[in-house]
Design a protein around this ligand. Sequence first.
Ligand code: TGC
Ligand code: FAD
Length: 390
Amino acid sequence: MSENFTSPDFYNIDELLSEEHKLIRESTRQWVSKSVSPIIEEYAQKAEFPSHLIKELGEIGAFGPYIPEKYGGAGFDQISYGIMMQEIERGDSGIRSTASVQSSLVMYPIWKFGSDEQKEKYLPKLATGEIMGCFGLTEPDHGSNPSGMISNFKSDGDDVILNGSKMWISNSPFADIAVVWAKDENKRIHGLIVERGMNGFTTPETHNKWSLRASSTGELIFDNVRVPKKNILPEKSGLGAPLMCLDSARYGISWGAIGVAMDCYNTALKYSLERIQFGKPIAAKQLQQKKLAEMLTDITKAQLLSWRLGKLKNEDKATSAQISLAKRNNVDMAINIAREARQVLGGMGITGDFSIMRHMMNLESVITYEGTHDIHLLILGNEITGHNAF
Ligand code: TGC
Ligand code: FAD
């Protein structure tokens, strides 16, 4: 990845951005070029999360960019949040995962559904990265269908007793707190803040991943965990609560995918101009130009989609189906670009000397988590026809 990365902007989308948006992009981009790009391949190869980046992510405002400043957030708008996710994912989807889980899946529910006491206790520390969180929705037998979850809690005086398990949880092995979704005695879903150290709560790490290798993934296991009732998020219950968090994270991913696609496109363009075959740069060959022209076309469409969605989100008008369309389209766009860009590089494309293969493998998780490609299609199908085909 080039130190002097410039993003493709074929339709002058920069003109739609404010000076603040451009400043945020520049500072995040510089941080990624300085702190992520030089080390990320090594961490991905050894399947280790670069935990030293946590403090720096807090310093650049990547934890809770849109959370109000009074709770330690940056108080930015939704387009700024998207731009930050774009730039961070240009470095690596796993680092963006850490930022989006902390922001949209941990800080957001505490901010939106938490008590004043919970907000004051957790949000400022989450914003700096002094404490880290994770989000437990998926279970071994309930992935796309979280409403069937079996994790549950029963009242016991001032506490509840929590049982069950969650799997595929980003950041669980090192998180200080987990926002966990579980059913009460009436089968109603609630969010609970479970703290590391509570008896019966363990977080084993998941190994052998070929994707998101620089991100730490694990389980959450609850064996009669006693959680104080004051740790239940009081302001919203039902599946709609975690789905609102997912809407926020899915929106950020729609921007993040553009960052990956840009990096793959830039790498392929540069390589094609330098690589000589049959006496000419391969960039002079029609087949390679077709790949590059289609990449730029798809990136441009995705940029317009996410920018417009950001405007709608700023006005609080974005619907869940609109967010599904953008997450689905942009991640699919990025994975296709990664595959094409890999081919432009020939054999070199499979090595860790370039970022493309790592991005491609990361995107296999991104197209699966936060709602699979199929599930987002079904959300759109439901919106269009009024028939739920889940
Ligand atoms: P359904 O009956 O449609 O809805 C249940 C209730 O929820 C409401 N609702 C929403 N509310 C807010 N935002 C949304 N997007 C909403 N979608 C639905 C709905 O109105 C209803 O409310 P109420 O008051 O009537 O009860 O629910 P369903 O069980 O049929 O499921 C719908 C479906 C399939 C779309 C949903 O379950 C779904 O999205 N499944 C995918 C699961 C998923 O995305 N999991 C992600 C786990 S977290 C993760 O992957 C983090 S990766 C982190 C990283 O590293 O970046
Ligand atoms: P399943 O739901 O079993 O789906 C398997 C296949 O069936 C998919 O192709 C799916 O599209 C398809 N399918 C399912 N239902 C239907 C249907 N009705 N019609 C047609 N096809 C269908 N979860 C969290 O809660 N927190 C996290 O932090 C988190 N981080 C993750 C990190 C990684 C690296 C990964 C891989 C996953 C993470 N997840 C997390 C879980 C993720 O959200 C789930 O993997 C995802 O929602 C899909 O669930 P599943 O894996 O159980 O697949």
